[in-house]
Design a protein around this ligand. Structure first.
Ligand code: ATP
Ligand code: MG
Length: 344
């Protein structure tokens, strides 16, 4: 059977981009899975600490992420839902892979390369210098590769921003297998149709949990009112009417895409939606977009608060414990072969 693995960082409440680009896809894969398929969905807390986190808040965010995953319809009796740090084999395989991973390849990763323009002569206390960059930020793609390979995953559903890391994971697998024999899997990337939802404030950047401006993203927990306010203040342009052209009208086109993907391809294309709305003022169009978002998210939001309030701590802890045990068993099956091959 297939082994599906994917992860999300507990760095805040998930937003519309996470939902359309990842979480909704996870749910679909669960619903369409054959009985012999395995699905693993991880809250990757070890990745979250590549950036300094407040410990109490990180714990809160982990719990809230788990509640969100249940609220979107992941079934803990069908999918293995777990905290990454509860399965030490992820870190163990990361070290082993670090010993065959290429520094040159890692240096070419977009996120690392973007830091190479920082000044390098400042003191380590200056957070905006190269000297302050952390080893974990350089090597986390190796951990991400280990996350996938430790479960011998065959399919990894992610948004567009992760495709480069998935290519690196395949490279890690090749490199290891070249030395030790055919042990690690060759994971295939599954790109969601909504692969890149843009920021509402800077529509040339992707929507992100950790971006400083909370108005740049719609959270799955936002109220009707908050959704309206954020869409109303979303950056568009001064061209009259609605049209779809991501190059020249990134802001408006992002809103069109959101409607298209929320309706799950009910309209034939983004162009068709824009054509239907071409005579609307931007104000009226935005009201329509906000209605559409609220209609699709209100059920998730209600379930989320129900789960957090009713299940409280203990129900969620039971889910995480059960997922952790099953994920550990899955990882152990791969690790036995890896340790033996390496001579550990
Ligand atoms: P952070 O800013 O903390 O990195 P994030 O919003 O990028 O948060 P992640 O936890 O890094 O979220 O990613 C979880 C999943 O969501 C990944 O599969 C990623 O590709 C997907 N994803 C993130 N942002 C978007 C987006 N704007 N559009 C589509 N998919 C996205
Ligand atoms: Mg991210």
């Amino acid at each position: 059977g297939r082994v599906v693995f994917s992860g999300i960082q507990p760095t805040g409440v998930p937003h519309l981009g996470n939902y359309l680009g990842a979480l909704r896809q996870w749910r679909k894969l669960q619903d369409e899975a054959a009985p012999e398929d395995t699905l693993l969905y991880s809250i990757v807390d070890l990745h979250a600490i590549t950036i300094r986190q407040d410990p109490a808040q990180l714990k809160r965010w982990k719990k809230e992420m788990l509640a969100t995953m249940l609220a979107i319809g992941l079934d803990p009796h069908r999918s293995i839902i777990f905290y990454q740090s509860s399965v030490p084999a992820h870190s163990e395989l990361m070290w082993i892979l670090s010993c065959s991973a290429s520094m040159g390849y890692l240096s070419r990763m977009t996120q690392w390369k973007s830091k190479m323009s920082l000044p390098d002569d400042a003191s380590p206390l200056d957070t905006s210098s190269k000297a302050a960059l952390k080893l974990g930020l350089f090597s986390y793609p190796v951990l991400q590769g280990a996350d996938i390979l430790v479960h011998s995953a065959t399919h990894v559903p992610v948004g567009h921003d992760q495709s480069q890391h998935l290519e690196f994971a395949r490279e890690l697998s090749n490199g290891f297998n070249h030395i030790y024999g055919p042990i690690l899997s060759q994971p295939t990337t599954i790109l969601s149709p909504a692969k890149r939802i843009m920021s509402l404030k800077e529509p040339t950047l992707k929507m992100s949990k950790s971006h400083a401006d909370p108005k740049s993203r719609i959270l799955l927990t936002d109220s009707r009112d908050e959704i309206s306010k954020k869409i109303k203040t979303a950056l568009t342009d001064s061209i009259t009417g609605v049209s779809y052209d991501p190059e020249t009208r990134p802001g408006v086109s992002n809103l069109v895409e959101i409607v298209y993907h929320l309706n799950d391809g009910a309209a034939p294309s983004c162009e068709a939606i824009a054509k239907d709305c071409q005579d609307l003022s931007i104000k009226a169009f935005k009201e329509m977009v906000a209605d559409c978002i609220d209609a699709k998210l209100s059920g998730i939001r209600e379930r989320y608060y129900e789960i957090l309030n009713e299940e409280g701590g203990s129900g969620l802890r039971r889910v995480a414990d059960m997922g952790g045990m099953n994920a550990a068993a899955s990882a152990e099956a791969t690790m036995e072969k890896v340790r033996d091959a390496v001579g550990l």
